[in-house]
Design a protein. Structure first.
Length: 262
């Protein structure tokens, strides 16, 4: 792990990357793949997370001294094989501009951008919220599937304690949820209606310290709220897919856990 974290930091993933890859390190439904260099060193890393029929690749990085040797392609191919062996018919990832050509050569197609924003929320639609409890996990899974088109039970069930709030109602018993991630800075937020999603965004970033929200560009209600609250745009990445389309609903996603598994 220390060697993998060092490579990812030097590849530009920042100081918090060790937290991000704690999930694939611990989960039986995920993996950290490494490329060995001289003397059993680590010169490349790729992480995976499998969710039934879908799977994600994230945190793909190559040490600066080992670049331009095809390692990024080899690591991505290895991650795809790992996910295919576990039944993933659709492989997803968020690509930087530097990584996009590698993924396109492997057959990935572009879908939509997600943008990371940081700030403190202002006014939002009034909404009665309740703290989430373990008894709500089934409702969360149903709402999450409607928004993402994925059975992300593996990652949702790994969150202990369940830190977040929900809006009662809807066909699943929850009209929306906001869950803090133990593995990164983002808060996962899904909602059936724009006013619910915006209210949950406000609850997640009400201050006093600035919070981070990662939002698909296709969610216009979320983007309008972030502009109105004067959030600062940090960075963005392009969602790409290899395999069958996924019936996701970006207009129902008001926050992503991270730019690793969405």
């Amino acid at each position: 792990m220390p060697l993998a974290v060092d490579v990812l930091r030097r590849a530009g993933f920042g100081s918090q990357v060790a937290r991000l890859i704690e999930y694939p390190r611990r989960s039986p439904d995920a993996a950290i793949l490494v490329a060995e260099g001289p003397g059993h060193s680590v010169v490349g890393v790729a992480c995976t997370a499998a969710f039934a029929m879908t799977g994600w690749i994230g945190a793909v990085g190559v040490a600066p001294e080992a670049r331009r040797a095809g390692l990024g392609t080899a690591l991505t191919e290895a991650a795809v094989r790992w996910l295919r062996a576990r039944g993933s018919q659709s492989v997803l990832l968020y690509a930087t501009e530097a990584g996009r050509p590698v993924y396109e050569r492997l057959g990935f197609v572009a879908e939509e951008r997600a943008v990371a924003w940081r700030g403190v929320a202002g006014a939002a639609p009034p909404l009665d919220l309740q703290r989430l409890a373990d008894i709500d996990r089934g409702k969360i899974r149903g709402l999450d599937f409607g928004a993402t088109g994925e059975r992300r039970d593996a990652v949702l069930d790994a969150i202990h304690p369940l830190a977040g709030v929900g809006a009662p109602g809807g066909v699943h018993g929850l009209a929306g949820y906001a869950i803090a991630s133990p593995w990164g800075a983002g808060t996962a937020i899904a909602a059936d209606a724009p006013e619910v999603g915006v209210a949950l965004m406000a609850a997640a970033t009400s201050g006093p310290a600035a919070g981070t929200l990662i939002v698909p560009d296709g969610n216009l209600a979320a983007t309008d709220a972030l502009h109105a609250w004067r959030f600062v745009r940090l960075n963005d990445a392009l969602r790409m897919r290899l395999g069958k389309p996924v019936a996701w609903r970006p207009e129902r996603q008001f926050g992503l856990f991270n730019l690793f598994w969405g």
